[in-house]
Ligand binder design. Structure first.
Ligand SMILES: [Mg+2]
Length: 191
């Protein structure tokens, strides 16, 4: 039926282009490129009113008075870029860490208002890192939101057991990210 309705070259698998499909990771990278590019285009049409400070790495960053400082712990640069763009548009101050070691360095001189925590990282998993941060003097009340692609049964419970206050699933839904960040920062402000 489909073959009768579609021109020959449009049938999946019959075109020379579709005969050798791209490896899955190339397709995913391409989709991500398009998505990030489109997002950047939208941002350029609606630039944030305030330029926020970004710092990747262990150098101290002071949040502007009245602005919430968010620490994003994530080893994947593409995810960092996406979340950075979203949080910039929302006018938050941001500091980034790509490893547990970098996180501890940053926390020596910074007290973020909220931490976004990737669970899968090379030097220490996000569960362990969350538990260690929560045990540090003065950090037990800092909300930590896990950001993870682990969607197996029990994963959400594991993040809560580790001390995470919330959970955001990958692939990241931008609206959900903004809502969750706002919600936890508001809770903290009224605590
Ligand atoms: Mg990761």
């Amino acid at each position: 039926m489909v073959e009768r309705l579609l021109p020959k070259q449009d049938i999946v698998g019959s075109s020379p282009i579709t005969r050798s499909p791209l490896p899955r990771e190339n397709v995913e990278a391409k989709i991500l490129d398009i998505f990030v590019g489109e997002f950047a285009r939208l941002l350029s049409c609606h630039p944030p009113k305030v330029v926020c400070k970004i710092q990747a790495g262990g150098t101290p960053l002071m949040s502007e008075p009245g602005k919430s400082l968010i620490l994003y712990v994530e080893d994947n640069p593409e995810n960092r870029m996406l979340v950075r763009r979203v949080l910039l548009a929302e006018q938050y101050s941001l500091i980034e860490a790509s490893s547990a070691q970098e996180t501890f360095e940053i926390l020596k001189t910074n007290r973020p208002n909220l931490i976004l925590m990737d669970i899968n990282m090379p030097d220490m998993d996000g569960y362990t890192l969350t538990a260690q941060i929560k045990a540090m003097n003065g950090f037990d009340k800092v909300p930590i939101l896990a950001i993870t692609a682990n969607v197996m049964r029990g994963d959400r419970e594991k993040t809560i057991q580790a001390g995470c206050d919330g959970y955001i699933q990958k692939p990241i839904d931008i609206d959900q990210l903004v809502r969750e960040v706002e919600k936890f920062l508001a809770r903290r402000a009224h605590a």
